[in-house]
Design a protein around this ligand. Structure first.
Ligand SMILES: [Zn+2]
Length: 139
């Protein structure tokens, strides 16, 4: 693809988050779920932060949640993101409980507010990596 746009840094999955990125590539949002207490958590770690069990599996979540908090970036901190300014980085609280940091896309930053319902969409970086982002849910 011909482009004069500076490429964005490619996420480099840590070993404990590989299943998360493998699911994302298939456009599924999967988080670690504890075999003992049944709770989800994020980011991926080797033990459940709720009960310290080390027995867990990555399970699909709904991809639905709400905006817990957000920041709008108006300044260009990295040249690769220049074309995106202003953009919104939000802490999303998933219906299943865990919170994750991502972008809100497809909406003007002025229209973003806390408590808005959102759902995951996948931004394909290349054949290996798809980045989970969020858009406002239609109500
Ligand atoms: Zn647990």
């Amino acid at each position: 693809m011909m482009s004069d746009v500076i490429p964005k840094p490619k996420p480099r999955p840590a070993p404990e988050s590989l299943p998360y990125w493998q699911a994302a590539r298939d456009h599924r949002l999967a988080l670690p779920k504890c075999d003992d207490c049944g709770k989800f958590w994020f980011p991926p770690t080797r033990t459940c932060p709720h009960c310290l069990s080390s027995r867990f599996q990555f399970s699909d979540v709904s991809g639905k949640g709400k905006i817990y908090s957000f920041v709008t970036y108006h300044r260009v901190y990295r040249p690769a993101f220049a074309q995106d300014v202003p953009y919104v980085v939000a802490l999303i609280e998933l219906d299943e409980g865990p919170r994750l940091l991502s972008n809100i896309i497809g909406v003007s930053p002025d229209e973003v507010a806390c408590e808005m319902k959102v759902e995951v969409v996948f931004d394909d970086y290349d054949e290996e990596i798809s980045i989970p982002k969020f858009k406002l849910s239609k109500v």
